[in-house]
Design a protein around this ligand. Structure first.
Ligand SMILES: O=C(O)CCC(=O)C(=O)O
Ligand SMILES: [Fe+2]
Length: 351
């Protein structure tokens, strides 16, 4: 494979912001996007916030069962809240992790007149622990500002106007607090997957390790912890928007054996009302502007992706399917008909 990789590159955010170093940093960013789809982002200015958030996680997960269960995701048609160990499925296997899902606060109340996938834009369920809501809100607004700026740099690095992707921004981003407890050797912390809900993921991991990404040659490459950094990766929404020129990279977490690992992924959301036609149209438009010197720019618009499948009327529906299949108990409770339909499709596809 000509364009494979054996490590994850580092992009220094402060160099993107500095006139003197910006051009070089933009070309490194372009390379990271085209070749790997994953990078460390350093010097973001969020280091103290990341540290503060990680310091709260052990206490949050050690809260009494009844405090965690009071905000169980099963209560939420928006798939927000607490997921206990063993209740999540990836690549048809059970994940060995426990987590809280949060989202941008202040979404409007869903009504029967709204599209069903808008129901994903619901309210947070905060555990009754002092300071958690403030922490989530502070973290989300800070990373959201970073994400907005970063995506403009991404556009520039691809030779596009900085605001090219602004119009595709969704109303809601998602944030998770995740705990991987010590597990038997080679357990699946989270199975192989591509991130689904939007543009890019901004992940802060602690110092334990276990995250791996898959290269084009089928090898799993470690993403070892780098203190204070965010691991940034392309999601399937951005892959679809760019016609596969910027591909989402498959990744997984091998569960720790002796220690507990914590991580905080933040998922930058994309508009849920984007239809397949709009996506294909924008992809064609965007790819036609990315300079063709790179072989990736020649890649077809028909990248294999569930987000470009005619089975779903828009991005929101594909996203809802993804949530239902990842959290089948929640999916079955709130969307019984869709759950049955998606399950049937899955069986028919042999997936
Ligand atoms: O915990 C991690 O390091 C990665 C988690 C992840 O890939 C996900 O939740 O999508
Ligand atoms: Fe992921």
């Amino acid at each position: 494979m000509s364009n494979t990789f054996s490590s994850v590159p580092t992009i220094d955010f402060s160099r993107l912001q500095n006139r003197e170093t910006r051009d070089e940093a933009l070309s490194q960013l372009r390379e990271a996007i085209f070749v790997v789809g994953f990078m460390y982002l350093t010097n973001t200015g969020l280091e103290d916030l990341i540290k503060k958030a990680h310091a709260r996680l052990p206490e949050l997960f050690e809260a009494p069962e009844n405090v965690k269960e009071a905000c169980n995701m099963i209560n939420s048609p928006a798939f927000l809240g607490y997921t206990r160990l063993g209740a999540e499925t990836t690549a048809s296997k059970t994940d060995f992790r426990e987590q809280f899902d949060f989202a941008t606060p202040g979404m409007k109340q869903w009504t029967e007149q709204d599209p069903i996938w808008d129901r994903l834009e619901g309210n947070n369920q905060y555990p009754d622990i002092p300071g958690v809501q403030d922490l989530v809100e502070e973290y989300m607004s800070s990373v959201s500002r970073l994400a907005e700026t970063f995506i403009r740099y991404v556009a520039e690095s691809l030779g596009l106007a900085p605001t090219t992707f602004d119009e595709f921004a969704g109303r809601m981003d998602r944030l998770k607090f995740v705990k991987y407890p010590p597990s038997p050797p080679n357990s699946q912390g989270v199975g192989p997957h591509k991130d689904s809900s939007g543009f890019f993921t901004f992940l802060s991991q602690d110092n334990i390790g276990g995250l791996q990404v898959l290269n084009n040659a089928g090898q799993w490459i470690d993403v070892p912890p780098v203190e204070g950094s965010l691991v940034v990766n392309i999601q399937q929404g951005f892959e679809a928007l760019t016609g596969g020129v910027c591909a989402a990279t498959t990744h997984r977490v091998i569960a720790p054996v002796a220690q507990t690992r914590y991580s905080i992924p933040y998922f930058r959301g994309i508009r849920k009302d984007l239809t397949l036609n709009q996506l294909k149209h924008s992809a064609a438009h965007i790819t036609s502007r990315i300079p063709t010197i790179d072989h990736r720019a020649k890649q077809a618009v028909d990248v294999p992706s569930e987000f470009l499948s005619p089975l779903y009327s828009c991005f929101g529906e594909a996203h809802l399917r993804n949530r239902i299949m990842s959290h089948p108990d929640v999916g079955q409770k709130w969307y019984p008909e869709l759950y049955a339909r998606f399950l049937k499709q899955k069986i028919e596809q042999g997936a």
